[in-house]
Design a binder for this molecule. Structure first.
Ligand SMILES: Nc1ncnc2c1ncn2[C@@H]1O[C@H](COP(=O)(O)OP(=O)(O)O)[C@@H](O)[C@H]1O
Length: 237
């Protein structure tokens, strides 16, 4: 799909280069740069200097050499291309991809109390209450893999209160990416999207049509791939 490849390249080219290369200030419509919270309690091994005296030269050298892992938040409506962008960003920067929806589904699968409560809201298509989501996301961000490699947080925050909950913990992304796709295009993408139940491959009737008649005849549509989903969704998902 030429347009999605171009969009994919557009987003990763707006991100800073991987650690080790020089990081220019990114610019562009799809991307907003947030300031880094230097005192983030999420950094388990920060380089800190105590007292008023200047840091020793050796400590400064260590600090200069140690690049902080990149922390990214990404948001976009259904069919905005978030899944594609997440894969590309993950592959390019080696970040740990943390999806709020996946975390909730894992809670349900393991049958935790949080999972049982979350399920009721998810089945009704409602947001799961902050008491469950905030701690769950915070806990995952604190895991050593995300701390060491950096994180790509997807599907959080979905409300002002969720954003503020992380803000009060001192957790901010280096970059917030909003995939801002016009409604007409989202509808076109969602309505034309098809799934091959045998291979799991996703097609689009117009942009990525099936290779042959046999595949075309078995394609199905996801039950929630409807125009209403686009209109009913929050821009931040
Ligand atoms: N940040 C969040 N806050 C509250 N509920 C969430 C959040 N992220 C996901 N959920 C719940 O999980 C469901 C599935 O989310 P997700 O996997 O992102 O899929 P979708 O993009 O189809 O909503 C949502 O409909 C919502 O009920």
């Amino acid at each position: 799909m030429a347009s999605s490849t171009a969009a994919a390249a557009a987003v990763t080219s707006l991100l800073p280069p991987p650690v080790g290369a020089e990081r220019p200030v990114p610019q562009g419509r799809l991307l907003f740069r947030a300031s880094r919270a230097r005192s983030s309690p999420l950094r388990l091994n920060p380089v800190r200097h105590h007292g008023l005296s200047p840091a020793p030269r050796a400590a400064k050298a260590v600090e200069a050499a140690k690049a902080d892992p990149l922390n990214v938040m990404i948001a976009g409506a259904p069919a905005s291309g978030k899944g594609t962008q997440c894969e590309l960003i993950k592959a390019k920067y080696g970040l740990v991809h943390i999806s709020a929806g996946d975390l909730l589904r894992a809670e349900i699968a393991t049958g935790t109390d949080n999972g049982k409560q979350a399920k009721e809201f998810m089945e009704k298509g409602q947001l799961v209450p902050d008491e469950i989501v905030v701690n769950m996301v915070k806990g995952r961000l604190l895991q050593p893999d995300a701390q060491e490699k950096g994180w790509l947080l997807d599907g959080y925050p979905r409300s002002y209160s969720q954003a503020m909950a992380l803000e009060t913990l001192g957790i901010r992304p280096d970059i917030f990416i909003l995939l801002d796709v016009p409604d007409e295009l989202l509808v076109e993408r969602v309505v034309g999207r098809r799934l091959d139940p045998e291979t799991g491959k996703i097609y689009h009737l117009k942009y990525s049509p099936p290779e042959n008649e046999e595949i075309a005849s078995r394609l199905t549509q996801r039950f929630d791939d409807t125009e209403e989903k686009v209109h009913g969704s929050h821009i931040i998902s």
